[in-house]
Design a protein around this ligand. Structure first.
Ligand code: ZN
Length: 244
């Protein structure tokens, strides 16, 4: 039996304290809804962490015990301590999975892992989004409807300034005609990184069964890498190769 995936769902948890429209949809916070969905899946145990906790809830110990880290941020990207970003980056390079959701495209950690501006086009008009699978057979796509239709979302459009992904899992189209690469994967060091577009805070997107299935699939996919040190070692001689 595969071992249980330990997920930590990080949320800046600010909109849910300050914006009435968001409190209506996510009174306990998006991180709680996401963690509950992951915990319903047999193979995953999910905890939460938020910006206002000491060390943003991401102590060395918490990260050591995390196989995959989910990240949702928007209005407070700048308040994330660079020291914590360094720490998360080191864990990703050593094999921790990282799943960045929606407006986390502009988070410090995602931009750090990408090395590009991560900018995109956007419009908030409650448009319908149609999410098409472009990588059937990939573990992240298991058990989904195709297409997935979200009746109301914020639009994100190309060009999305990220490095060429290893896999493009989903492409979305919007009522206004724009398209967007909504599910993208990379490897950084030993760690797997997944960016997933849906998840605007004023719509109940994280309650959607297909979206919850994607998050659980992604946790299993990104969270199954054993930790390892990728190091620069000095090979002094070729003696290891000589016959004894
Ligand atoms: Zn948004």
């Amino acid at each position: 039996m595969a071992h249980t995936i330990r997920a930590t769902v990080w949320n800046e948890f600010r909109h849910e304290k300050t914006h009435a429209e968001v409190i209506k949809v996510y009174p306990a916070g998006m991180h709680v809804v996401i963690a509950e969905a992951l915990n319903k899946d047999g193979g995953i145990t999910a905890k939460t962490a938020t910006l206002d906790e000491p060390e943003h809830g991401l102590s060395e110990q918490v990260l050591k015990e995390t196989d995959v880290l989910f990240w949702w941020g928007h209005m407070a990207h700048g308040e994330v301590d660079d020291k914590i970003v360094d720490r998360v980056q080191q864990h990703v390079l050593a094999g921790m999975g990282l799943i960045c959701l929606h407006s986390a495209h502009f988070s410090k950690i995602f931009r750090r892992m990408m090395g590009t501006s991560c900018s995109l086009k956007w419009r908030e008009a409650g448009e319908r989004e149609v999410i098409w699978c472009t990588k059937p057979g990939h573990p992240i796509t298991a058990g989904l409807s195709d297409p997935i239709i979200l009746p109301h979302t914020e639009m994100y459009g190309e060009f999305f300034d990220v490095p060429e992904p290893e896999s493009t899992i989903f492409i979305s189209s919007f009522e206004g005609g724009e398209v967007f690469r909504s599910g993208l994967t990379w490897t950084r060091g030993a760690g797997k990184v997944f960016y997933f577009r849906p998840g605007h805070e004023t719509y109940p997107i994280f309650f959607d069964k297909n979206i919850q299935q994607i998050l659980a699939n992604a946790a299993r996919w990104a969270g199954s890498t054993p930790r390892q040190v990728i190091d620069c070692t000095h090979r002094k001689d070729m003696g290891w190769f000589a016959k004894k």
